[in-house]
Design a protein around this ligand. Structure first.
Ligand SMILES: [Zn+2]
Length: 462
């Protein structure tokens, strides 16, 4: 039986400074310029806690239905590795920030074991090869000390697909909470553990949800093949190589106790009062599941459409700006059917484009007034989503309102396609679609489909 657990590292983006020093919480800078003695781990430097990080982590914990501890402390995790200059990482081990949460995905409930805070190590860049065979390695400490929130699940996933579903869900939750920037490099990194028959194998540091799914799928096949050959699966840590789409052995697994945690006595014990929890609870906005329910009720759009839109807070925000002034059904269809698909196809998010609510409104208004056809509206939205200007495109795209002009075009198309006309007569519906397509092509999509169909039918009856 396949058992999968995830450890999700979230880079907290809504705090100005790093976790234990005054350096800016920004990894995009010349390498090793956004650093100070504390985040470089110089002897004698002392950490001080950034309270805003705790607030963000509490927000995450509450949103994941966890129980937040009222007293906690930080520990030093022995970590003899070059991306952590002081040779230990400040983390939480014995007492995490929060525990025992639940996250529902489509197919099941996933239990959250714990949520804790820790600092990010620096970034290692291998030159001339991968992690195992590089010529040399560069280290950028700009990331060292960036605040992380780690979400650890129970091994409740049975398939790689469920793991990916969970990550999609978590990412949406974090965006709604405004604690995370999905576009930031390494914003969400995952360690996955998986067992198929015997020992647990851990796959470290996978970024990209699709890669998590692929890595887990690879590992299932690898372990099943080993079992079939009578080989024993041993507990180990592996790394995902997205170039070759394989996992590779990193080291024989150490146990969590092997890290030799000791208390971080340079930081005080932290007490979290109920009033602070209540205050943070109030800041949690309306989340996707509630939005879905409201959209169905308020705008009478389908559940499926509502889910597609509400999943992305940026898309949902724009939808709500537009839908107030237009027909909700058409708006829902346009957002979920055209806009979202185009964005996904181009692999961009709406906040990365110049799309404004006014542009979409403009097109929808034209559509409602039947100045443009549905197809032209679709094409225009696609252009907007791809960052192109639509003013010129729309100028020549008014629906053909002159029936005589339309009839003339249709006559020519029918004359050119006698075979299709005969096929329609002998009852082949796909021939009708072909003729419709030809007329749309001839009119550059400026003809109303319904009218065209009516005219064609009339001509063919004769
Ligand atoms: Zn610093």
């Amino acid at each position: 039986m396949v058992k999968i657990g995830l450890e999700v590292h979230v880079a907290i983006s809504n705090v100005k400074t790093k976790m234990f020093c005054g350096c800016v919480n920004n990894v995009v800078a010349e390498p090793n310029t956004n650093v100070c003695p504390t985040c470089m781990g110089m002897p004698g430097s002392k950490p001080r806690i950034n309270k805003a990080v705790i607030d963000s982590a509490i927000k995450i914990s509450i949103a994941l239905n966890c129980k937040v501890r009222n007293k906690m402390f930080f520990s030093r995790k022995s970590y003899f590795y070059n991306d952590m200059a002081k040779n230990f990482q400040i983390s939480q081990y014995e007492v995490p920030l929060a525990e025992n949460g639940i996250v529902e995905i489509d197919s099941k409930k996933i239990r959250i074991r714990r949520v804790h805070m820790e600092e990010d190590p620096g970034k290692i860049i291998h030159i001339g090869g991968g992690i195992i065979n590089a010529d040399y390695t560069l280290i950028d400490y700009n990331r060292s000390g960036v605040p992380l929130c780690e979400i650890v699940t129970q091994p409740d996933f049975e398939t790689p697909k469920q793991a990916r579903e969970f990550l999609d869900k978590i990412s949406s939750v974090l965006e709604y909470l405004e604690v995370y920037n999905a576009l930031r490099e390494g914003a969400l990194r995952v360690d996955a553990n998986i067992s198929t028959s015997g020992e647990r194998v851990e796959i470290k540091n996978i970024s990209g949800f699709r890669d998590v799914e692929k890595a887990l799928q690879y590992e299932i096949t690898r372990q099943e093949n080993m079992t079939r050959r009578g080989q024993q699966i041993i507990q180990e840590t592996r790394t995902w190589d997205s170039g070759s789409n394989t996992t590779k052995l990193l080291r024989k697994k150490e146990h969590e106790e092997d890290y030799g945690y000791i208390t971080e006595n340079d930081l005080p014990m932290i007490t979290i009062k109920q009033s602070r929890l209540d205050e943070i609870k109030k800041q949690i906005p309306e989340m996707a599941p509630e939005k879905v329910k409201r959209y169905q009720k308020q705008y009478r759009i389908s559940k499926e459409t509502a889910i597609s839109i509400a999943h992305d807070p940026f898309l949902a925000e724009m939808f709500e700006q537009v839908v107030k002034k237009t027909d909700p059904e058409i708006t829902g269809k346009i957002f979920a059917g055209v806009l979202l698909k185009t964005l996904n196809y181009n692999n961009i998010r709406i906040q990365q484009t110049n799309i404004r609510a006014e542009d979409i409104l403009d097109i929808l208004e034209k559509l409602e007034k039947k100045q443009i056809t549905e197809r032209v509206a679709e094409l225009a939205l696609r252009k907007i989503a791809e960052g192109k200007n639509t003013e010129k495109f729309l100028r020549d795209m008014d629906t053909i309102s002159d029936k005589k002009q339309l009839k003339d075009i249709i006559k020519i198309v029918l004359k050119k396609n006698i075979k299709a006309v005969n096929d329609v007569k002998s009852g082949k519906p796909e021939a009708m679609n072909f003729l419709l397509g030809q007329v749309m092509k001839e009119t550059k999509n400026r003809a109303d489909q319904k009218t065209v169909r009516e005219i064609i039918e009339k001509y063919i009856e004769k």
